[in-house]
Design a protein around this ligand. Sequence first.
Ligand SMILES: [Zn+2]
Length: 161
Amino acid sequence: MEIFKDEIPVYTFYVDEDENATLLCPVCRFEKTLDVKSFRGSKNSLRVKCKCGAVFKGLFEYRKTYRKRVKLEGRYAVLTREEHGPILVEDLSLGGVNFVAPEQHGVKVGELLELVFTLDNPWATRITKQVETTSVEERRIGAKFCKAYERDPDLGLYLMP
Ligand SMILES: [Zn+2]
């Protein structure tokens, strides 16, 4: 293996609806939110030096609604009641998830759940997310993530088209 000292690591950051991207330092986890409006069309990457000394390249990804069809097994738990069960995640984006609850359930729209599921990437990354349900049609449930999507590097990497 050859290591090139001048190669700097590249990270993808997702641009939200207000055209802000939150840069997250891969070394010290320092965050900085940046208005990227002025870059659109001209520049989609930046060389960043963090206050901790880390240097990396930030790539800006505008396709925030990119949705991936998947088949990922997991579990759900309702945060405010004693209810949990298995799920099958059917599609995934940085903003939310659609899944099937194969067993009888009592989940309603607007409830807070915790989902745990495993990505089918080489590392079988375990994802734990708090979500708010936005649609319930029998066993099919849609939900949005409670926290800002652009701050999840594992999902960001998994969802890169
Ligand atoms: Zn840093």
